[in-house]
Design a protein around this ligand. Structure first.
Ligand code: NDP
Ligand SMILES: O=C1O[C@H](COP(=O)(O)O)[C@@H](O)[C@H](O)[C@H]1O
Length: 467
């Protein structure tokens, strides 16, 4: 185990292993550019990869990558970003690569190492950094996947822990950087209107829906061995469950947020394969990189239960899939039936209240109240909507939030091994006994069985979609 600091010292260099790779192209350069524009970068950045690139080549890649995400490039911002960057090439398996990294780091004492590398190289890089004497006071950001099941996640953690301390590891779940997610606990606990009703006495069930209109496209090689459950349920959507269901952090102790997350996940009952629906869109098997006889799910719907006094008896329904009718992510709290009114209003059984937090494509909150208008025969739901951003792009992207948090030295935006283990424990029964995969037509809401999963609860609500 390597030497650690237990402070929250600001990082004084960012070293990115895998700067020439795909994640850097689609996410990293853009996030760094946006942080530079907001004046939030203040340290050198060292890119490391195998290819022998010049700085001009790196700058070209950075420029193309940023432009491809739709950002308009401000030359002075781009110039400042490139001015703080340097590049080291070498094999991650060779000690001399880390000599080059050490030199490029200058006298930095609190480095942040970001591993944008294939998962089978996580331990190689961490060991290389430690072997080069660079792990003292360092933090390591690592990317998913953290194993492909509970046992392999445990084995990966053990390998990493043989070199560095758990407190040095920052595991990325980009939903922990998503604007909207952290706002859910705030909304719950800061509003006297909501806090007393946020429990089994008032809430009938919770629907968490992350639907995508696009398919697997050019990611067949990555996606086919993974599937929807591992891609987004065991991580992102369980974090949405956590935000809805966790207890309040301890006053004045931000570190307790991480503990609260893990505590909640440990109270989620292991998922029941009988309450799990797997789907695959027609045409998926023709995607490049997908096996002709693939049974990988591109759609998953499941029910979870939480064994604690607040949530006992309240089902949490989750659905996600590719090539569905619309791209949206939301969590919908469906309240219990209102009592029969019995005081002479037309229509004596008002519809149930709903509270929706939309997490994508933009962030917003909707409260649906039962209302009786003079021109309608029965009470109906009237929707009060608050949009927090008119267009995508106006709020920080998840990766900006995560970089900012990691550079500030804090770990609250990242998942601990305790959290990862608890997540796999919930999902493992579904991996052990997966039901048959059912075909669905692109452009629908997935297999009919997903609707049946909801029983008598009125089915999946039409998501909150603009326009
Ligand atoms: N791509 C994405 O959208 C996402 C990726 N992730 C995760 O991020 C991580 C990186 O993924 P991605 O960027 O797609 O991977 P890529 O395969 O595109 O990139 C890998 C990078 O590692 C470098 N590399 C690989 N082997 C060596 C070696 N032996 N020595 C030196 N450099 C090496 C490559 O350098 P070179 O090119 O010079 O050979 C390249 O820069 C993975 O853990 C992935 O699961 C997570 C979310 C989304
Ligand atoms: O990690 C992943 O997440 C995206 C969805 O992220 P979002 O922020 O757009 O909701 C998903 O499309 C992808 O398959 C998965 O790997």
């Amino acid at each position: 185990m390597g030497a650690t600091d237990d402070t929250t010292a600001r990082r004084d260099v960012l070293v990115i292993f895998g700067i020439t790779g795909d994640l850097a192209r689609v996410m990293t350069f853009r996030s760094l550019y946006r942080l530079e524009r907001r004046g939030l970068l203040d340290c050198p950045i060292v890119g490391v990869a195998f290819e022998d690139w010049t700085m001009d080549r790196l700058a070209d890649r950075a420029r193309e990558s940023i432009a491809a995400t739709g950002e308009e490039i401000d030359e002075s911002v781009f110039g400042r970003l490139m001015h703080r960057m340097s590049y080291v090439h070498g094999d991650f398996g060779k000690p001399e690569t880390y000599d080059g990294v050490k030199q490029a780091m200058g006298g930095a004492e609190h480095p942040l190492f970001y591993l944008e590398v294939p998962p089978n190289l996580f331990a190689t890089v961490v060991k290389g950094v430690a072997g080069g004497g660079l792990a003292t006071n360092a933090r390591f950001v690592i990317e998913k996947p953290f194993g492909h099941d509970r046992a392999s996640a445990t084995a990966l953690a053990a390998e990493l822990h043989s070199v560095v301390d758990e407190s040095q590891l920052l595991r990325v779940d980009h939903y922990l950087g998503k604007v909207g997610l952290e706002e859910i606990p705030f909304l719950r606990f800061a509003n006297t209107l909501l806090a007393p009703t946020w429990n089994r006495d008032h809430i009938d069930h919770v629907q968490i829906s992350m639907t995508e209109a696009f398919g697997v496209d050019d990611r067949g090689h990555f996606y086919d061995p993974v599937g929807a459950l591992r891609d987004v349920v065991v991580n992102h959507l369980l974090q949405v469950v956590v935000a809805v269901a966790m207890e309040a952090p301890e006053p004045g102790d931000r570190a307790s947020i991480g503990r609260r997350r893990t505590e909640l996940l440990r109270q989620v009952a292991p998922a029941d394969p009988a309450r799990y629906v797997r789907g695959q869109y027609r045409g998926y098997r023709e995607v490049d990189g997908v096996a002709d006889d693939s049974t990988t799910e591109t759609f998953a719907a499941l029910e979870l239960r939480i064994d604690n006094p607040r949530w006992s008896g309240v089902p949490f329904f989750i659905r996600t899939g590719k090539k569905l009718r619309a791209t949206e992510t939301e969590v919908r709290i469906v309240y219990r039936d209102a009592p029969s009114l019995g005081f002479g209003l037309r229509g004596d059984h008002p519809p149930s209240n709903e509270l929706v937090v939309r997490l994508g494509p933009t962030f917003g909150v909707r409260v649906a109240l039962a209302a009786q208008r003079v021109d309608t025969a029965r009470p109906e739901l009237a929707e009060l909507d608050v949009g927090f951003a008119a267009k995508p792009g106006e709020v920080p992207t998840p990766y900006e939030v995560l970089f900012e948090a990691a550079l500030a030295g804090g770990g609250m935006r990242f998942a601990s091994q305790g959290t990862i283990d608890a997540e796999w424990a919930v999902i493992q029964p579904l991996l052990d006994a997966p039901p048959e995969v059912q075909a669905y037509e692109p452009g629908t809401w997935g297999p009919a069985a997903a609707e049946a999963l909801m029983g008598e609860r009125g089915g999946w609500r039409e998501p909150w979609i603009d326009g």
